[in-house]
Write a protein that binds this ligand. Structure first.
Ligand code: ZN
Ligand code: ZN
Length: 358
């Protein structure tokens, strides 16, 4: 099913929409009442220092020239869930967040661990931007406004597109879809797929816009992008209907047993990869913002151990590192580097990026 660009679907026609809000098919486990008060207390009392890295994690700097020379099906992780990928000769960007904080304010809220490997204004023109939902660590108003003129299309879940239009993105560049709806842009087909999550930007109310994962099919590459999600049966359905995928970008970070209904534990990330029938797993949503109580590098250690235990192929490139979708680089444990080794010169880090399995 295709949605014509610029047409606003009727939310009430969406099976996900009831009584003014979007809903998950099954209401996920979420902290409530006393648990929530306990969580606020924990936040206010101050977190352990190890929820943030002692120094900025290493980044492979990226230049416009390097991007000019990139072949199709090359991708670069630029941040939290921000991934730049070249498909059918054009650049696509997921959940662009370039601001210093994942927050409505520039002076308070979770700050980034490291600068992005390339500045927003150095990005090439984009064929499209793919959005998963409206949370601040995924939808950065400043980045959207900066990209409004430089991206051909903004593909978003229901309701998020309306927000983009309110922020000044041309209405005819915005496509907003319900789960299982698709849009074709040139040779690239994007299908909004389910996720088990929620939405809301502070005072603007909860669950007024939809959340989604995305199946992206391009010549020579099938990609899955999870957005944010708890573990749920939707992954197996996505695998059945649209899999297998060559590469999956699946969230692994900002989790907690208290809210595993809306963010997977690392072992569940690996199960989700098996369910969607992905060939390689590239975990995202980690090593950029401090949004939970776990150590900043715990997601990488746990997901690596879980993937190895279940013989799941995994790649964890540092931000800015070139990744060929057909052969993602071997795992280098850059999150373990001692602080004195962090300021790696370009040549040395490029060598390391070649990678040998360890
Ligand atoms: Zn979220
Ligand atoms: Zn998130």
């Amino acid at each position: 099913m295709s949605a014509a660009s610029g047409v606003t679907p009727d939310y009430s026609a969406s099976p996900q929409y009831r009584e003014g809000r979007f809903r998950n098919p099954v209401t996920p486990k979420f902290p409530h009442g006393r648990q929530m008060i306990g969580l606020w207390w924990k936040f206010l009392a101050g977190k352990r220092p190890s929820t943030r890295p002692p120094a900025p994690p290493p980044v492979q700097p990226l230049t416009a020239q390097m991007l000019d020379a990139a072949p199709d099906n090359r991708l670069y992780r630029l941040g939290h869930s921000t991934v730049l990928v070249k498909l059918d000769g054009g650049w696509w960007l997921t959940d662009p967040v370039f601001s210093g904080r994942a927050s409505p304010f520039s002076w308070i809220g979770p700050s980034r661990f490291q600068a992005p490997p390339i500045a927003l204004d150095q990005l090439p023109p984009l064929r499209g931007v793919i959005l998963s939902h409206d949370h601040y660590d995924h939808l950065d108003r400043a980045a959207i406004r900066a990209l409004a003129a430089r991206a051909g299309v903004f593909v978003a879940p229901l309701g998020v597109g309306d927000l983009l239009r309110r922020w000044g993105v041309d209405a005819d560049k915005v496509v907003q879809l319900d789960w299982w709806q698709s849009i074709r842009v040139g040779e690239v087909e994007l299908t909004a797929t389910p996720a088990q999550h929620f939405s809301g930007r502070g005072a603007f109310g909860r669950d007024r816009t939809l959340w989604a994962s995305w199946a992206i099919q391009a010549p020579g590459l099938k990609l899955f992008f999870s957005g944010d999600s708890g573990y749920f049966p939707g992954f197996a359905e996505i695998g059945e209907r649209l899999g297998p995928f060559d590469l999956s970008l699946i969230e692994c970070g900002a989790y907690d047993p208290l809210w595993e209904g809306v963010h997977m534990l690392p072992e569940q990330t690996v199960q989700a990869q098996l369910d969607v029938r992905g060939r390689w797993l590239l975990p995202i949503h980690n090593a950029t913002f401090d949004l939970a109580f776990h150590d900043w590098n715990e997601p990488m250690e746990r997901v690596l151990a879980a993937a190895q235990a279940r013989a799941v192929a995994i790649s964890m490139p540092m931000l800015g590192q070139a990744v060929d979708a057909a052969l993602p680089p071997a795992v280098e444990r850059w999150w373990r580097l001692p602080a004195k080794d962090r300021a790696v010169p370009r040549a040395a880090s490029a060598e390391r990026a070649q990678g040998r399995p360890r």
